[in-house]
Design a protein around this ligand. Structure first.
Ligand code: AMP
Ligand code: MG
Length: 428
């Protein structure tokens, strides 16, 4: 029996129903580098000023600006070099009138000096390598220095006690850098979800094992585990379950410790009897027909983990492209929700299709395509080839999914279509 299209549920409705089962997980303390992509659960307060001391932004000479007034190349000012100061060292000796300290970027300003003259504005650059002025030498300054020039002032970046990164922010490489610059080694973030992944089907074989006639290797567990990692979760591979009640039940139960269980295959009509029985016995399950292609059949429910916990279950179709596209649309949002992130939506851009895209029935068609920028600055989309839901290499060739609406039967070449950018993290 085929369901009338009007009885299929739209993608958005399926996603809303799924997301109603998910919530942000609890906060945990983790090493800073491990928190990449997670959401801060508490404000980060600066324990001290950054920079902690006034320091030089240039390699040059720390001087008293007044000593250089009127200096030109024709009429330089000559100063006595009293010290050579590298970054990491503090000089307590004050710079007196007519004196200078040769100073390296990042070194704290010595007392008395109020400006830094870069090497380029002195005779240092005229000298041979290895002949730079040192303590006891004299240096000639060719340009008048402005007070405060080339100095990075204490606290100009961050003030002690200030909220440097607010709770709710996603940790990116720049946040990792800011945290490290404050000497912070651990942060409190919402926990990463553990996502258990189970492949089903008598024909499925673990990669690395010999492939018997009629069998295929398990692509889904691996593409899904990779997506889980990419989206910020921790995959837990449960292996492959045969199409028997005993095996399926045993393997599923191993996933009850996870925050979510993802299975692939066995949800299409005619095939799901075993799966359906097991799922229904272990919890509650709904079989949906989602108005999309690929990925029409979808099961969603929750297992009773025994300890009062209910573990949400996403049952994906077996075809490798269908399972990936479904997990992109539903699994990503679920993982982000558990991470406390709201930015799961991929950026959608308008692109000009170079191919004719046919949408044979009133479902939303997600067509694998390659989107590139044309000379004219516009985005162009080319289909990656045959769109069969078993053709995984055409998913690998794609960087986007063209979204052909339910009510559109045809997109003609050189017309605009929406494309979902799969390699772009999220909309700004
Ligand atoms: P099913 O949903 O069980 O009808 O499976 C649909 C198609 O996907 C069949 O051709 C299966 O052999 C294939 N398939 C199911 N599971 C996997 C898997 N883990 N890796 C690769 N292909 C699969
Ligand atoms: Mg099957």
């Amino acid at each position: 029996m085929t369901l009338p299209f009007s009885d299929m549920i739209p993608v958005e409705e399926a996603r809303d129903r799924i997301l109603s089962f998910f919530h942000r997980l609890e906060p945990v303390r983790v090493p800073v580098l491990d928190s990449l992509g997670q959401v801060l659960a508490a404000d980060v307060i600066a324990p001290f000023d950054i920079p902690p001391l006034d320091n030089t932004a240039m390699d040059g000479y720390a001087v008293r600006a007044a000593d250089t007034t009127g200096a030109t190349e024709a009429d330089p000012r000559e100063l006595a070099v009293i010290a050579d100061l590298a970054a990491g060292y503090v000089l307590d000796t004050p710079v007196g009138p007519g004196e200078a300290v040769r100073i390296m970027t990042g070194a704290p300003m010595p007392p008395g000096a109020d400006s830094v003259v870069p090497f380029e504005e002195t005779d240092e650059t005229l000298r041979e390598v290895g002949e730079a002025p040192t303590k006891g030498d004299r240096v000639r300054v060719f340009k008048a220095a402005n007070p405060a020039a080339n100095i990075r002032f204490r606290g100009e970046d961050v003030k002690a006690g200030q909220v440097v990164i607010a709770a709710g922010r996603v940790v990116r490489p720049s946040e990792v850098g800011v945290l490290a610059s404050l000497g912070i080694t651990e942060v409190v973030v919402y926990r990463r979800p553990v996502v258990a992944i189970l492949s089903t089907g008598d024909e499925i074989t673990e990669p690395g094992q010999p492939l018997l006639p009629g069998r295929i290797y398990d692509a889904n567990a691996y593409s899904l585990a990779a997506m889980v990692k990419k989206f910020g979760g921790e995959p837990m591979l449960l292996g492959i379950a045969h199409d028997t009640v005993e095996d399926l039940t045993a393997k599923l139960r191993q996933g009850f410790a996870a925050d979510m269980i993802v299975t692939s295959a066995g949800v299409s009509r005619g095939d799901f009897d075993v799966v359906k029985d097991v799922l229904a016995r272990e919890g509650a399950i709904d079989f949906w027909t989602v108005r999309m292609r690929p990925g029409k059949p979808l099961a969603f429910g929750a297992f009773n983990a025994g300890d009062g916990r209910r573990v949400p279950h996403l049952g994906l179709p077996g075809n490798p492209v269908s399972s990936m596209v479904s997990f992109e649309l539903f699994g990503r949002a679920a993982i982000f929700t558990m991470l406390g992130r709201h930015d799961w939506e991929r950026p959608m851009v308008r692109a000009i299709t170079r191919d004719r895209v046919r949408n044979p029935d009133p479902r939303r068609f997600y067509a694998r395509c390659i989107v590139t920028k044309g000379e004219d600055g516009a985005w162009y989309a080319n289909l990656t080839g045959p769109q069969g839901s078993g053709i995984l290499t055409s998913m690998s060739a794609a960087n986007a999914l063209a979204v052909i609406p339910e009510d559109t039967t045809l997109a003609e070449p050189n017309t605009e279509i929406d494309v979902l950018m799969l390699d772009w993290d999220h909309a700004p």
